[in-house]
Design a protein around this ligand. Structure first.
Ligand SMILES: Cc1ncc(COP(=O)(O)O)c(C=O)c1O
Length: 393
């Protein structure tokens, strides 16, 4: 019987011919061709099973039947845009809002984490009337031009590595290998003071702060867990300067950290960002995302007089899928699962630390867990090649 799949060589050949060369594949010397997936497993064209340790999107498991059913049902009924009234849109907004502090009550539905962060910047610029943005070192916030500008993780790869004049890079609040470490008497204050100093310097040069943006826990930037109190103090400095606090929850939101639904909630009930951006797991692989903000920020955005329209954002199919993801999370207690499995995983990794001097640090919350490999536990020399090898294996 003829296979429905191309021979792998042919897929690679066609990919080289027609797909942009900067789009990379996993395991480039022998890429894996995955043709289906279920739950935590992926299968290649020969039926070989792989445990999926790299997708941070298939939040409730690949091809979850409830999510597939919700999407299929709505696709068979209607798909259109948010200029029509539809209950899926308002029902979904209501459900998302119920997971957030009351102040965060207004949603904009978009299609990717990048779109969400770009819109968050537009909201901040419009609300504050200011232009300058403070971002963290090593941060990644997306692939749009506006976001490469605030993503040192990306712009450091370019030959011209200087950020734009209106972009300011604060040190990553990394208490393992950063400027202020766990032995510092108050790393939260010390890192927040750095932000305050950046604000002073920006003011001296005539800049005005529109926003501070950070992932609630830095992911690509090195699985960094900011010291408790840091965000509150930063928010005070930034708001005093007339700016807003944007929490990027694209990677770390939706219960992944186990103890809370959103990672910014680790900082206590008195800390509420002005804007929260969401993506990746929100649709379990379906391209959708969201920006949630306060009534005041949304009203200011409205006052520009420009309509906000997004062809696909908030369409009835995406909202049906988003609702199904939330239902599955509740029904299967996936947040509780993240807490329990995360604790178990962390315990096992801690044991590896006892056995292997290469393991410098194990840190995380729930199923957001990082292991830092070092050649020397005192000098913290990065074990880059070793880390590559472990990741590859
Ligand atoms: C923290 C964070 N923000 C934003 C993005 C951009 O999301 P997308 O790739 O969906 O545009 C990413 C993607 O990796 C991310 O990790």
């Amino acid at each position: 019987m003829e296979s429905e799949y191309f021979d792998k060589k042919k897929t690679i050949e066609l990919r080289k011919k027609h797909i942009g060369p900067s789009c990379k594949v996993f395991f480039s010397h022998d890429p894996i061709k995955i043709v289906r997936a279920k739950g935590q497993y992926m299968y290649d064209e020969k039926g070989e099973q792989y445990l999926d340790c790299v997708n941070n999107v298939a939040h409730v498991g690949h091809s979850h039947p409830d999510v597939v059913k919700a999407g299929t049902r709505q696709m068979g009924l209607l798909n259109t845009n948010s200029r029509f009234l539809h209950d899926n849109l308002v029902r979904y907004a209501q459900r998302l809002q119920a997971t957030l502090p009351d102040r965060l009550s207004v949603c904009y539905f978009v299609n990717s984490g990048s779109e969400a962060n770009d819109l968050a910047l537009r909201l901040a610029w419009q609300y504050t009337g200011h232009k300058d943005v403070i971002t963290l070192d090593h941060a990644y916030h997306g692939h749009l031009s506006s976001l490469i500008d605030i993503s040192p993780y990306k712009f450091h790869q370019l030959s011209n590595t200087e950020p734009k004049r209106s972009i300011h890079v604060a040190p990553s609040p990394d208490v393992y290998r950063g400027k202020y470490r766990a032995d510092h008497p108050d790393p939260a204050k010390a890192y927040a003071d750095e932000v305050e100093e950046i604000i002073h310097q920006a003011h001296e040069k005539g800049g005005k702060i529109a926003a501070f943006i950070a992932e609630s826990l830095q992911s690509c930037g090195g699985q960094v867990i900011p010291p408790v109190g840091y965000f509150q103090k930063v928010a005070e400095h930034v708001r005093r300067a007339g700016g807003v606090f944007i929490a990027d929850e694209v990677q770390v939101g939706f219960g992944r950290i186990g103890s809370h639904f959103w990672a910014f909630q680790l900082h206590g009930e008195d800390f509420v960002p002005d804007i929260v951006t969401m993506g990746k797991p929100i649709g379990n692989g379906h391209p959708m995302s969201c920006v949630v903000t306060t009534r005041e920020v949304a009203e200011a955005f409205m006052s520009s007089g420009m309509e906000y329209f997004n062809t696909f954002g908030g369409n009835p199919v995406s909202c049906a899928i988003g609702l199904a993801v939330l239902d599955v999370m509740e029904k299967e207690d996936l947040q509780g699962n993240a807490l329990r499995v995360g604790r178990h995983l962390t315990k096992l990794l801690e044991r590896q630390k006892e056995n292997h001097p290469l393991v410098g640090d194990v840190r995380g919350h729930g199923l957001f867990v990082g292991v830092e490999l070092v050649r020397d536990r005192v000098k913290l020399t990065p074990a880059t090649a070793e880390a590559q090898e472990v990741i590859y294996k």
